[in-house]
Design a protein around this ligand. Structure first.
Ligand SMILES: *Cc1c(COP(=O)(O)O)cnc(C)c1O
Length: 507
Protein backbone atom coordinates (compact mmCIF):
# COMPACT_ATOMS: atom_id res chain seq x y z
CA UNK A 1 0.00 0.00 0.00
CA UNK A 2 1.35 3.44 -0.83
CA UNK A 3 1.49 6.36 1.55
CA UNK A 4 2.12 4.35 4.72
CA UNK A 5 2.99 6.50 7.70
CA UNK A 6 4.72 5.44 10.87
CA UNK A 7 2.08 4.05 13.16
CA UNK A 8 2.14 3.07 16.80
CA UNK A 9 4.07 0.05 17.90
CA UNK A 10 1.95 -2.63 19.48
CA UNK A 11 2.40 -3.28 23.16
CA UNK A 12 5.15 -0.68 23.46
CA UNK A 13 7.57 -2.99 21.68
CA UNK A 14 9.39 -2.20 18.47
CA UNK A 15 7.13 -3.38 15.68
CA UNK A 16 8.82 -4.88 12.67
CA UNK A 17 6.57 -2.99 10.29
CA UNK A 18 4.50 0.13 10.83
CA UNK A 19 0.77 -0.23 10.67
CA UNK A 20 -0.66 0.57 7.29
CA UNK A 21 -1.49 4.10 6.29
CA UNK A 22 -4.21 6.50 7.22
CA UNK A 23 -6.15 6.58 3.97
CA UNK A 24 -9.68 5.26 4.16
CA UNK A 25 -10.19 1.64 3.20
CA UNK A 26 -12.87 1.44 0.49
CA UNK A 27 -16.01 -0.53 1.32
CA UNK A 28 -16.70 -3.83 -0.41
CA UNK A 29 -19.29 -1.98 -2.49
CA UNK A 30 -16.67 0.42 -3.80
CA UNK A 31 -14.31 -2.47 -4.54
CA UNK A 32 -17.07 -4.32 -6.37
CA UNK A 33 -16.77 -5.00 -10.09
CA UNK A 34 -19.62 -6.67 -12.04
CA UNK A 35 -19.13 -10.37 -12.65
CA UNK A 36 -16.33 -10.99 -10.12
CA UNK A 37 -16.84 -13.98 -7.88
CA UNK A 38 -15.05 -15.30 -4.78
CA UNK A 39 -16.36 -18.77 -5.46
CA UNK A 40 -18.10 -20.55 -8.27
CA UNK A 41 -20.06 -23.75 -8.11
CA UNK A 42 -19.54 -26.49 -10.63
CA UNK A 43 -22.61 -27.15 -12.67
CA UNK A 44 -24.54 -30.16 -11.48
CA UNK A 45 -26.91 -32.47 -13.26
CA UNK A 46 -29.72 -31.50 -10.89
CA UNK A 47 -32.74 -29.97 -12.62
CA UNK A 48 -32.58 -26.19 -12.68
CA UNK A 49 -35.51 -24.06 -11.62
CA UNK A 50 -36.55 -20.59 -12.52
CA UNK A 51 -37.23 -18.44 -9.45
CA UNK A 52 -40.88 -17.86 -10.38
CA UNK A 53 -41.49 -21.62 -10.38
CA UNK A 54 -40.55 -21.74 -6.67
CA UNK A 55 -41.72 -18.37 -5.32
CA UNK A 56 -44.96 -16.59 -6.27
CA UNK A 57 -44.04 -13.77 -8.68
CA UNK A 58 -45.52 -11.05 -6.45
CA UNK A 59 -42.86 -11.87 -3.85
CA UNK A 60 -39.96 -11.62 -6.28
CA UNK A 61 -37.83 -8.49 -6.52
CA UNK A 62 -37.90 -6.88 -9.94
CA UNK A 63 -34.16 -6.25 -9.90
CA UNK A 64 -31.34 -8.26 -8.37
CA UNK A 65 -30.14 -7.03 -4.97
CA UNK A 66 -27.01 -4.86 -5.34
CA UNK A 67 -24.56 -7.20 -3.62
CA UNK A 68 -20.84 -6.50 -3.86
CA UNK A 69 -19.01 -8.63 -6.43
CA UNK A 70 -15.38 -9.37 -5.55
CA UNK A 71 -12.77 -11.98 -6.24
CA UNK A 72 -11.60 -14.05 -3.28
CA UNK A 73 -8.17 -12.45 -3.53
CA UNK A 74 -9.54 -8.89 -3.26
CA UNK A 75 -11.91 -9.87 -0.48
CA UNK A 76 -9.16 -11.45 1.64
CA UNK A 77 -6.86 -8.47 1.05
CA UNK A 78 -9.65 -6.07 2.08
CA UNK A 79 -10.31 -7.84 5.36
CA UNK A 80 -6.62 -8.34 6.09
CA UNK A 81 -6.01 -4.60 5.59
CA UNK A 82 -8.88 -3.84 7.98
CA UNK A 83 -7.57 -6.22 10.66
CA UNK A 84 -4.06 -4.75 10.40
CA UNK A 85 -5.51 -1.34 11.31
CA UNK A 86 -7.33 -2.70 14.30
CA UNK A 87 -5.97 -2.96 17.82
CA UNK A 88 -6.65 -6.38 19.30
CA UNK A 89 -5.83 -8.59 22.26
CA UNK A 90 -3.52 -10.62 20.04
CA UNK A 91 -1.55 -7.46 19.17
CA UNK A 92 -0.73 -6.07 22.60
CA UNK A 93 -1.90 -5.07 26.08
CA UNK A 94 -5.61 -4.27 26.34
CA UNK A 95 -6.08 -2.91 29.88
CA UNK A 96 -9.84 -2.34 29.73
CA UNK A 97 -10.97 -2.24 33.37
CA UNK A 98 -14.26 -3.85 34.42
CA UNK A 99 -14.23 -5.82 31.20
CA UNK A 100 -11.32 -8.26 31.48
CA UNK A 101 -9.70 -8.42 28.04
CA UNK A 102 -6.94 -10.93 28.48
CA UNK A 103 -4.97 -12.97 26.03
CA UNK A 104 -6.83 -16.21 25.33
CA UNK A 105 -4.63 -19.27 24.85
CA UNK A 106 -4.86 -20.77 21.37
CA UNK A 107 -5.30 -24.18 22.96
CA UNK A 108 -8.89 -23.18 23.75
CA UNK A 109 -9.53 -22.24 20.12
CA UNK A 110 -8.03 -25.51 18.92
CA UNK A 111 -10.32 -27.44 21.25
CA UNK A 112 -13.43 -25.62 20.05
CA UNK A 113 -12.37 -26.39 16.48
CA UNK A 114 -12.30 -30.17 16.99
CA UNK A 115 -14.66 -31.71 14.47
CA UNK A 116 -16.14 -34.02 17.13
CA UNK A 117 -17.34 -30.90 18.97
CA UNK A 118 -17.89 -28.37 16.21
CA UNK A 119 -19.74 -30.58 13.74
CA UNK A 120 -22.39 -31.96 16.07
CA UNK A 121 -25.98 -30.92 15.39
CA UNK A 122 -27.53 -29.29 18.48
CA UNK A 123 -30.62 -31.47 18.11
CA UNK A 124 -28.62 -34.71 18.13
CA UNK A 125 -30.07 -36.95 20.87
CA UNK A 126 -28.25 -37.47 24.17
CA UNK A 127 -27.56 -41.10 23.25
CA UNK A 128 -25.36 -39.91 20.35
CA UNK A 129 -23.70 -36.99 22.19
CA UNK A 130 -22.49 -38.57 25.42
CA UNK A 131 -19.07 -36.92 25.01
CA UNK A 132 -20.58 -33.47 24.68
CA UNK A 133 -22.76 -34.00 27.75
CA UNK A 134 -19.78 -35.26 29.72
CA UNK A 135 -17.92 -32.07 28.79
CA UNK A 136 -20.83 -29.88 29.89
CA UNK A 137 -21.26 -31.75 33.18
CA UNK A 138 -17.49 -31.47 33.77
CA UNK A 139 -17.52 -27.72 33.15
CA UNK A 140 -20.59 -27.23 35.37
CA UNK A 141 -18.94 -29.21 38.17
CA UNK A 142 -15.71 -27.18 37.84
CA UNK A 143 -17.59 -23.87 37.91
CA UNK A 144 -19.60 -25.01 40.95
CA UNK A 145 -16.34 -25.80 42.72
CA UNK A 146 -14.71 -22.52 41.67
CA UNK A 147 -17.69 -20.47 42.88
CA UNK A 148 -18.56 -22.57 45.94
CA UNK A 149 -22.09 -23.17 44.70
CA UNK A 150 -24.17 -26.36 44.22
CA UNK A 151 -25.70 -26.28 40.74
CA UNK A 152 -25.01 -24.54 37.45
CA UNK A 153 -26.87 -23.71 34.23
CA UNK A 154 -24.62 -23.11 31.24
CA UNK A 155 -27.42 -21.75 29.03
CA UNK A 156 -27.19 -17.92 29.37
CA UNK A 157 -25.21 -16.53 26.41
CA UNK A 158 -23.76 -13.40 28.08
CA UNK A 159 -23.21 -11.69 31.41
CA UNK A 160 -26.36 -9.59 31.17
CA UNK A 161 -28.35 -12.71 30.21
CA UNK A 162 -26.93 -14.43 33.30
CA UNK A 163 -28.04 -11.48 35.43
CA UNK A 164 -31.58 -11.64 34.09
CA UNK A 165 -31.62 -15.40 34.65
CA UNK A 166 -30.46 -14.87 38.24
CA UNK A 167 -33.14 -12.25 38.87
CA UNK A 168 -35.85 -14.51 37.44
CA UNK A 169 -34.62 -17.23 39.81
CA UNK A 170 -34.87 -14.68 42.65
CA UNK A 171 -38.45 -13.90 41.59
CA UNK A 172 -39.36 -17.58 41.35
CA UNK A 173 -37.92 -18.19 44.82
CA UNK A 174 -39.87 -15.34 46.42
CA UNK A 175 -43.06 -16.33 44.60
CA UNK A 176 -42.68 -19.85 45.97
CA UNK A 177 -41.70 -19.10 49.58
CA UNK A 178 -43.44 -15.71 49.81
CA UNK A 179 -46.63 -16.72 51.58
CA UNK A 180 -48.79 -13.78 52.57
CA UNK A 181 -45.99 -11.39 53.51
CA UNK A 182 -45.23 -8.02 51.91
CA UNK A 183 -44.60 -8.00 48.16
CA UNK A 184 -40.91 -7.75 47.40
CA UNK A 185 -40.38 -5.07 44.78
CA UNK A 186 -36.86 -3.73 45.28
CA UNK A 187 -33.31 -4.87 44.54
CA UNK A 188 -30.41 -3.00 46.10
CA UNK A 189 -27.35 -2.13 44.00
CA UNK A 190 -24.25 -0.14 45.05
CA UNK A 191 -23.66 3.15 43.22
CA UNK A 192 -20.41 1.79 41.73
CA UNK A 193 -22.21 -1.09 39.93
CA UNK A 194 -21.86 -2.06 36.27
CA UNK A 195 -24.63 -0.56 34.12
CA UNK A 196 -26.11 -3.93 33.19
CA UNK A 197 -27.11 -4.54 36.85
CA UNK A 198 -29.88 -1.92 37.11
CA UNK A 199 -30.99 -2.78 33.55
CA UNK A 200 -31.38 -6.45 34.52
CA UNK A 201 -33.25 -5.51 37.69
CA UNK A 202 -35.77 -3.53 35.62
CA UNK A 203 -36.14 -6.35 33.08
CA UNK A 204 -36.60 -8.78 35.95
CA UNK A 205 -39.59 -6.73 37.12
CA UNK A 206 -37.96 -5.09 40.16
CA UNK A 207 -37.06 -1.53 41.07
CA UNK A 208 -33.43 -0.55 41.64
CA UNK A 209 -32.55 1.12 44.92
CA UNK A 210 -29.03 2.55 44.99
CA UNK A 211 -26.76 1.97 47.99
CA UNK A 212 -24.10 4.67 48.41
CA UNK A 213 -20.37 3.90 48.79
CA UNK A 214 -18.49 5.20 51.81
CA UNK A 215 -15.06 6.85 52.03
CA UNK A 216 -13.38 3.45 51.56
CA UNK A 217 -15.15 2.93 48.20
CA UNK A 218 -17.15 0.08 49.74
CA UNK A 219 -20.84 -0.38 50.56
CA UNK A 220 -21.87 2.07 53.29
CA UNK A 221 -23.12 -0.36 55.97
CA UNK A 222 -25.21 2.22 57.83
CA UNK A 223 -26.99 3.24 54.62
CA UNK A 224 -27.51 -0.41 53.70
CA UNK A 225 -29.17 -1.22 57.02
CA UNK A 226 -31.51 1.76 56.65
CA UNK A 227 -32.60 0.51 53.21
CA UNK A 228 -33.32 -3.08 54.25
CA UNK A 229 -37.00 -3.89 54.75
CA UNK A 230 -39.42 -6.66 53.81
CA UNK A 231 -39.93 -5.21 50.32
CA UNK A 232 -36.31 -5.94 49.40
CA UNK A 233 -35.94 -9.03 47.19
CA UNK A 234 -32.17 -9.02 47.32
CA UNK A 235 -28.91 -7.23 46.61
CA UNK A 236 -26.60 -7.42 43.58
CA UNK A 237 -22.91 -6.99 44.25
CA UNK A 238 -19.63 -7.27 42.42
CA UNK A 239 -16.75 -8.24 44.67
CA UNK A 240 -14.13 -6.94 44.09
CA UNK A 241 -16.35 -3.99 43.21
CA UNK A 242 -15.94 -1.83 40.12
CA UNK A 243 -13.39 0.33 41.95
CA UNK A 244 -11.24 -2.82 42.04
CA UNK A 245 -11.67 -2.96 45.83
CA UNK A 246 -12.66 -5.92 47.95
CA UNK A 247 -15.90 -5.41 49.91
CA UNK A 248 -14.49 -5.98 53.38
CA UNK A 249 -17.90 -6.31 55.06
CA UNK A 250 -19.19 -8.89 52.62
CA UNK A 251 -20.08 -11.53 55.24
CA UNK A 252 -21.96 -8.92 57.27
CA UNK A 253 -23.77 -7.63 54.15
CA UNK A 254 -24.90 -11.16 53.22
CA UNK A 255 -26.11 -11.81 56.76
CA UNK A 256 -28.08 -8.56 56.95
CA UNK A 257 -29.80 -9.23 53.61
CA UNK A 258 -30.59 -12.84 54.57
CA UNK A 259 -32.11 -11.65 57.86
CA UNK A 260 -34.86 -9.77 56.00
CA UNK A 261 -35.44 -12.78 53.70
CA UNK A 262 -33.56 -11.35 50.71
CA UNK A 263 -31.13 -13.13 48.39
CA UNK A 264 -27.56 -12.09 47.65
CA UNK A 265 -26.52 -11.99 43.98
CA UNK A 266 -22.88 -12.03 42.88
CA UNK A 267 -21.96 -10.38 39.59
CA UNK A 268 -18.93 -12.54 38.79
CA UNK A 269 -18.30 -11.15 35.32
CA UNK A 270 -14.64 -10.61 36.21
CA UNK A 271 -13.47 -13.42 38.46
CA UNK A 272 -9.75 -12.95 37.84
CA UNK A 273 -9.02 -11.48 41.26
CA UNK A 274 -10.44 -14.29 43.38
CA UNK A 275 -10.00 -17.48 41.31
CA UNK A 276 -8.81 -20.22 43.63
CA UNK A 277 -8.39 -17.74 46.52
CA UNK A 278 -11.93 -17.26 47.79
CA UNK A 279 -15.42 -18.18 46.56
CA UNK A 280 -18.74 -16.32 46.35
CA UNK A 281 -20.39 -19.32 48.05
CA UNK A 282 -18.07 -18.91 51.05
CA UNK A 283 -18.89 -15.18 51.22
CA UNK A 284 -22.62 -15.95 51.59
CA UNK A 285 -23.89 -15.43 48.05
CA UNK A 286 -26.92 -17.36 46.75
CA UNK A 287 -26.73 -16.70 43.00
CA UNK A 288 -23.64 -16.09 40.84
CA UNK A 289 -23.10 -15.41 37.19
CA UNK A 290 -19.74 -15.69 35.47
CA UNK A 291 -18.56 -14.25 32.17
CA UNK A 292 -16.61 -17.04 30.51
CA UNK A 293 -15.71 -14.43 27.87
CA UNK A 294 -13.80 -12.40 30.45
CA UNK A 295 -12.17 -14.84 32.82
CA UNK A 296 -12.23 -18.23 31.08
CA UNK A 297 -10.51 -17.92 27.70
CA UNK A 298 -13.50 -17.19 25.50
CA UNK A 299 -12.83 -14.26 23.13
CA UNK A 300 -14.62 -11.14 24.23
CA UNK A 301 -16.66 -8.51 22.43
CA UNK A 302 -16.40 -8.65 18.66
CA UNK A 303 -14.50 -11.92 19.08
CA UNK A 304 -17.58 -14.05 19.13
CA UNK A 305 -20.41 -15.41 21.22
CA UNK A 306 -19.93 -15.37 24.98
CA UNK A 307 -21.31 -17.38 27.86
CA UNK A 308 -22.73 -16.25 31.20
CA UNK A 309 -23.39 -19.41 33.27
CA UNK A 310 -25.40 -19.05 36.46
CA UNK A 311 -24.53 -20.96 39.64
CA UNK A 312 -26.83 -21.23 42.67
CA UNK A 313 -27.07 -22.75 46.13
CA UNK A 314 -28.75 -26.11 46.63
CA UNK A 315 -31.96 -24.41 47.77
CA UNK A 316 -32.28 -22.56 44.44
CA UNK A 317 -31.23 -25.40 42.11
CA UNK A 318 -34.87 -26.35 41.35
CA UNK A 319 -35.40 -22.98 39.59
CA UNK A 320 -32.47 -23.18 37.15
CA UNK A 321 -33.18 -22.90 33.43
CA UNK A 322 -33.29 -26.30 31.79
CA UNK A 323 -32.73 -28.75 30.43
CA UNK A 324 -29.53 -29.50 32.34
CA UNK A 325 -27.09 -32.29 31.51
CA UNK A 326 -27.08 -34.92 34.28
CA UNK A 327 -25.39 -38.26 34.86
CA UNK A 328 -27.53 -41.13 36.11
CA UNK A 329 -27.05 -44.90 35.88
CA UNK A 330 -23.80 -44.37 33.98
CA UNK A 331 -25.45 -42.41 31.13
CA UNK A 332 -25.86 -38.69 30.49
CA UNK A 333 -29.35 -37.24 30.01
CA UNK A 334 -31.06 -33.88 29.67
CA UNK A 335 -33.32 -33.07 32.60
CA UNK A 336 -35.35 -29.98 33.48
CA UNK A 337 -35.49 -28.99 37.18
CA UNK A 338 -38.87 -29.23 38.90
CA UNK A 339 -39.62 -25.49 39.22
CA UNK A 340 -37.43 -24.31 36.32
CA UNK A 341 -37.90 -20.72 35.16
CA UNK A 342 -37.77 -22.21 31.63
CA UNK A 343 -35.31 -21.79 28.80
CA UNK A 344 -33.22 -18.65 28.51
CA UNK A 345 -31.48 -19.56 25.25
CA UNK A 346 -31.97 -21.78 22.22
CA UNK A 347 -30.55 -25.27 22.50
CA UNK A 348 -27.90 -25.59 25.18
CA UNK A 349 -26.20 -22.18 25.13
CA UNK A 350 -23.12 -21.19 23.15
CA UNK A 351 -21.59 -24.61 23.49
CA UNK A 352 -18.31 -24.00 21.65
CA UNK A 353 -17.63 -21.11 24.04
CA UNK A 354 -18.25 -23.62 26.84
CA UNK A 355 -15.77 -26.05 25.26
CA UNK A 356 -13.13 -23.30 25.18
CA UNK A 357 -13.70 -22.54 28.86
CA UNK A 358 -13.44 -26.19 29.89
CA UNK A 359 -10.19 -26.60 27.94
CA UNK A 360 -8.85 -23.56 29.81
CA UNK A 361 -9.92 -24.83 33.23
CA UNK A 362 -8.43 -28.29 32.64
CA UNK A 363 -5.19 -26.97 31.14
CA UNK A 364 -4.73 -24.36 33.88
CA UNK A 365 -5.69 -26.61 36.79
CA UNK A 366 -6.61 -25.61 40.34
CA UNK A 367 -3.15 -24.31 41.26
CA UNK A 368 -2.90 -22.53 37.94
CA UNK A 369 -6.21 -20.73 38.48
CA UNK A 370 -4.92 -19.47 41.83
CA UNK A 371 -1.77 -18.20 40.12
CA UNK A 372 -4.00 -16.37 37.62
CA UNK A 373 -5.57 -14.46 40.52
CA UNK A 374 -2.24 -13.75 42.19
CA UNK A 375 -0.66 -12.42 39.01
CA UNK A 376 -3.72 -10.31 38.11
CA UNK A 377 -3.72 -8.67 41.56
CA UNK A 378 0.06 -8.23 41.59
CA UNK A 379 0.08 -6.53 38.17
CA UNK A 380 -2.70 -4.11 39.17
CA UNK A 381 -1.06 -3.19 42.46
CA UNK A 382 2.37 -2.75 40.86
CA UNK A 383 0.77 -0.36 38.38
CA UNK A 384 -1.04 1.55 41.13
CA UNK A 385 2.22 2.07 43.03
CA UNK A 386 4.08 3.11 39.89
CA UNK A 387 1.46 5.72 38.92
CA UNK A 388 1.36 7.36 42.34
CA UNK A 389 2.45 11.00 42.06
CA UNK A 390 1.70 11.05 38.31
CA UNK A 391 -2.07 10.58 38.59
CA UNK A 392 -4.46 11.07 41.49
CA UNK A 393 -5.51 7.81 43.13
CA UNK A 394 -8.88 8.40 44.76
CA UNK A 395 -9.00 5.19 46.82
CA UNK A 396 -5.34 4.54 47.47
CA UNK A 397 -5.38 1.17 49.16
CA UNK A 398 -4.49 -2.31 47.94
CA UNK A 399 -6.66 -3.11 44.94
CA UNK A 400 -7.65 -6.41 43.38
CA UNK A 401 -7.35 -7.08 39.62
CA UNK A 402 -7.78 -3.46 38.51
CA UNK A 403 -6.90 -0.01 39.76
CA UNK A 404 -8.72 3.26 39.29
CA UNK A 405 -6.71 6.47 38.88
CA UNK A 406 -7.99 9.93 38.02
CA UNK A 407 -6.94 12.49 35.41
CA UNK A 408 -8.73 15.28 37.35
CA UNK A 409 -5.36 16.90 38.11
CA UNK A 410 -4.38 16.98 34.42
CA UNK A 411 -7.74 18.50 33.63
CA UNK A 412 -7.19 21.32 36.14
CA UNK A 413 -3.66 22.13 34.97
CA UNK A 414 -3.79 21.39 31.21
CA UNK A 415 -7.43 20.87 30.29
CA UNK A 416 -6.55 17.25 29.47
CA UNK A 417 -9.29 14.75 30.20
CA UNK A 418 -9.24 11.02 30.89
CA UNK A 419 -10.42 10.36 27.36
CA UNK A 420 -7.45 12.35 25.92
CA UNK A 421 -5.06 10.24 28.01
CA UNK A 422 -6.78 7.13 26.66
CA UNK A 423 -6.42 8.31 23.05
CA UNK A 424 -2.75 9.18 23.58
CA UNK A 425 -2.10 5.66 24.84
CA UNK A 426 -2.87 4.43 21.33
CA UNK A 427 0.02 6.56 20.06
CA UNK A 428 2.20 4.59 22.49
CA UNK A 429 0.90 1.29 21.14
CA UNK A 430 -1.50 0.40 23.94
CA UNK A 431 -5.24 0.04 23.88
CA UNK A 432 -7.09 2.51 26.09
CA UNK A 433 -8.25 1.56 29.58
CA UNK A 434 -11.88 2.11 30.55
CA UNK A 435 -12.58 5.84 30.99
CA UNK A 436 -15.24 7.85 32.82
CA UNK A 437 -16.28 4.75 34.79
CA UNK A 438 -16.98 4.10 37.60
CA UNK A 439 -19.11 7.23 37.79
CA UNK A 440 -18.16 7.86 41.42
CA UNK A 441 -14.64 8.90 40.29
CA UNK A 442 -14.04 12.16 38.43
CA UNK A 443 -12.07 11.66 35.15
CA UNK A 444 -11.65 7.98 35.95
CA UNK A 445 -9.11 5.76 34.21
CA UNK A 446 -9.88 2.21 35.20
CA UNK A 447 -6.91 0.03 34.36
CA UNK A 448 -6.82 -3.77 34.36
CA UNK A 449 -3.45 -5.04 33.18
CA UNK A 450 -4.60 -8.69 33.60
CA UNK A 451 -2.43 -11.65 34.55
CA UNK A 452 -1.43 -12.40 30.98
CA UNK A 453 0.89 -9.37 30.61
CA UNK A 454 4.56 -9.75 31.51
CA UNK A 455 6.28 -7.40 34.01
CA UNK A 456 8.02 -5.75 31.03
CA UNK A 457 4.70 -4.98 29.34
CA UNK A 458 3.13 -3.64 32.55
CA UNK A 459 6.23 -1.49 33.09
CA UNK A 460 6.01 -0.17 29.51
CA UNK A 461 2.32 0.62 30.01
CA UNK A 462 3.10 2.50 33.23
CA UNK A 463 5.91 4.41 31.52
CA UNK A 464 3.59 5.39 28.66
CA UNK A 465 1.01 6.72 31.16
CA UNK A 466 3.73 8.63 33.05
CA UNK A 467 5.11 10.16 29.82
CA UNK A 468 1.59 11.17 28.80
CA UNK A 469 1.05 12.96 32.13
CA UNK A 470 4.48 14.63 31.94
CA UNK A 471 3.91 16.00 28.43
CA UNK A 472 0.19 16.80 28.76
CA UNK A 473 -0.94 19.77 26.66
CA UNK A 474 -4.21 21.10 25.26
CA UNK A 475 -3.10 19.57 21.92
CA UNK A 476 -3.91 16.18 23.39
CA UNK A 477 -7.52 16.63 22.45
CA UNK A 478 -6.42 15.83 18.88
CA UNK A 479 -4.87 12.49 19.87
CA UNK A 480 -4.38 9.86 18.59
CA UNK A 481 -1.97 11.03 15.91
CA UNK A 482 -0.26 8.67 13.49
CA UNK A 483 -2.92 5.97 13.79
CA UNK A 484 -5.00 4.76 10.83
CA UNK A 485 -8.07 6.48 12.30
CA UNK A 486 -7.79 9.76 14.24
CA UNK A 487 -10.23 11.09 16.86
CA UNK A 488 -13.79 10.18 15.96
CA UNK A 489 -16.93 11.97 17.08
CA UNK A 490 -18.28 9.28 19.38
CA UNK A 491 -21.50 11.08 20.27
CA UNK A 492 -22.35 11.61 16.60
CA UNK A 493 -21.52 8.00 15.78
CA UNK A 494 -23.98 6.87 18.45
CA UNK A 495 -26.74 9.38 17.78
CA UNK A 496 -26.67 9.55 13.98
CA UNK A 497 -25.67 6.04 13.13
CA UNK A 498 -25.62 5.28 9.41
CA UNK A 499 -25.43 1.54 9.04
CA UNK A 500 -26.28 1.38 5.35
CA UNK A 501 -24.23 2.10 2.27
CA UNK A 502 -25.75 3.43 -0.91
CA UNK A 503 -24.26 1.41 -3.74
CA UNK A 504 -24.41 4.48 -6.00
CA UNK A 505 -21.81 6.07 -3.74
CA UNK A 506 -24.08 8.48 -1.87
CA UNK A 507 -22.63 7.26 1.47
C1 LIG B 1 -19.04 -7.15 31.43
C2 LIG B 1 -19.79 -7.05 32.67
C3 LIG B 1 -21.16 -7.38 32.69
C4 LIG B 1 -21.97 -7.70 31.45
O1 LIG B 1 -21.53 -8.79 30.70
P1 LIG B 1 -21.98 -8.96 29.16
O2 LIG B 1 -21.48 -10.29 28.74
O3 LIG B 1 -21.33 -7.83 28.42
O4 LIG B 1 -23.46 -8.87 29.08
C5 LIG B 1 -21.80 -7.35 33.92
N1 LIG B 1 -21.16 -6.98 35.05
C6 LIG B 1 -19.85 -6.65 35.06
C7 LIG B 1 -19.19 -6.27 36.36
C8 LIG B 1 -19.12 -6.66 33.87
O5 LIG B 1 -17.83 -6.33 33.89
Amino acid sequence: MSGAVDGPQPGGRAASAPLLGRQAEPTVFELSSPGRRAWSFRSSDLPSWQAHELVPPEHLASEPVALPELSERDLVAHHTRLTSRQYSVDLGAYPLGSCTMKYNPKLADATAGLAGLARVHPAAPAALTQGWLELLVGLGTSLAEITGMSAVSLQPPAGAAGELTGLLIMRAHHAHVGGSGAVRTKVLIPDSAHGTNPASVTLGGYRTVTVPSDHRGCVDMGALRRLLDDEVAGIMLTNPNTLGLFEEDIAEIAQAVHEIGGLVYYDGANLNAILGVTRPGDMGFDIVHLNLHKTFAVPHGGGGPGAGPVAVTEALAEYLPGPLPVLSHGRYHWQTPSRSIGRVHGWHGNTLALARAYAYVLATGGDGLRRVAEAAVLNANWLRQRLRGHYEIPYDRPCMHECVVSAAGLRRTHGVRATDVAKRLLEHGFHAPTVSFPLVVDEALMIEPTETESPQTVAALAQALIDIAATASPEDRHAPRGTPVARVDEARAARRLTATFDARGQG
